[in-house]
Write a protein that binds this ligand. Sequence first.
Ligand SMILES: [Fe+2]
Ligand SMILES: [Fe+2]
Length: 591
Amino acid sequence: MTSRTQFLVAVFFVLICFTLISVRTTGQPFMMSAPQLLSDPFLQLPSETSVRVVWFTEFAGSDHRIAYGENLNQTAVATTTKLSRTREDQNSKVGAQTEKGQVYKEPTMRDIWRHEAEVTRLIPNTRVPYRVTSVREDGLNVTSAEFTFSPKPTTGTHLKILLTSDHQLKPMTAANLQKVVETVGRVDAVFFVGDLVNVPDRASEWFDDNRGGALFPCLQGRANYEMDKNGVRTSYSGGELIQHAPLFTAIGNHEVMGRFSRSGSLNDEFDDAIPRAVAQQLYQHSGRLKPNKAATLGDRWLKDNSFNTDTYEEIFTLPESSQGGKTYYALTFGDVRLVVLYATNTWRFISVNAGDKGKYQEPEQDLNNPPEWGYGQHIFEAIAKGSSQYNWLKQELNSAQFQQAKYKVVMLHHPPHSLGGNIVPPYTDPVQVINRDEDGKIKAVRYEYPKQADYIIRDVVPLLEAANVQLVLYGHSHLWNRFLSPSGMHFLETSNVGNSYGASVGDKKREVPTGYEEDYVATGDPNGLDPVVPTIAPLLDDDGKPLPYVASNEITVFSILDTAVGMVSSYRFDTRKPGSEVVKFDEFKLH
Ligand SMILES: [Fe+2]
Ligand SMILES: [Fe+2]
């Protein structure tokens, strides 16, 4: 035998031995790694006597169940569904792929199964231990750690609720949520006002981005996100929150995917949303769709050719309204009536020089190619007076459950009042203006956003004020600031969680276009309120003057609603000083 043959024989012998030992001890071939859960379980849709538990795996498996109660001797069996649009692509940071395109060259389906079990006959205000188990096809099983659940709290129960948004795998998110748990302990619910991830059909952004900061790991204390500040490396795990507390979410622009599979990457697909009405018109005109065919092809066709929130809706089990399903809804949670709106539009670029779809215009290269237009910052779900959502909101605000609630809270992703950049242009349907030359050739496509037609300011806010809403919570601009309307309604944007997009004050102006019919506001709140200076410990500017906002990529902020006293408290943590204390810097009371 040559030495090479001897080596191969030796390797073969060792492999056989390992296999025999492995099969003997586990009953399974050794090459099979132990099954894993893709997420820890988390709580959804509690009722007075029940709660749902949801978790994910990368195998279909069988016998997915919860063990709960004293001694974990009760069982609830899960229903399993498969996520229909989750994929990875060349820009995913997942598994072995740390550089662009190492593993995935293009959007590729990723098989993920979702398990949900409902536990019933629970006793109000009583916490019960639980854990979940999934069994893989080969018979091996995996069990989570032990957590606790309880049904919906009754009126009068003192609750601490985390108010958060815009996690999006941003650098400070894991630190933020870790500090929440270290500062106030486990909360009773999480109100999340949109932008959970960046590209919702990219599975790893929810579950296992290899930089350690995906959505579920951060909200479940299983993140592993390293920050490097001034040469000091600190690893943050996020907070073990939603295993024990229900999560209620609103749709932000980052929950919405654009036209399905028309472009070469998931990021492009995210940017490729067009209005539903345009989709129908476009494809009928192009002859790719016979008149009335869209109706027969149904919902799926329309979503594939405009935009969809399918992954978001497949992941979460939320309260539903008859008109809006999960996309807008209301619920009572202890003393809180929470009204969740679907108020977000697609985000477009200021500059179209690189060929990007613009807020205010279409790029030159696409002028004579309407299927490539972005249609400006179009709104995904109508909320203007007369729309289904507006009518539903009116009805909700008139309901007994709403009016009798001690705390009336409304959350919507788009800001009514903000110093941030994303409040401009106004929240209204873009008005398209097409300029042509004598031959009818298109020379420019522009969009205007008439300020007097801002649907949030014109239609929604007056309804909320008339209904005595105490708190309007929103996100989208990634900063902390708050406002108080003359009627005493509080507005809070506590979205300086993972990063900031800055505050438009003084010399720091928003980028706004010139030569347009409308005047787009470059600094301050375009809707006329002055920001409130934090009541306890505002940050100071260079001259030592208190700042009425936090817009920082070093300091992260979280806010807690404490229903025992009706107080909303905001805290900041300086990630440059990992050992430093969390500082409560603002609080205000809901009346
Ligand atoms: Fe955001
Ligand atoms: Fe947003």
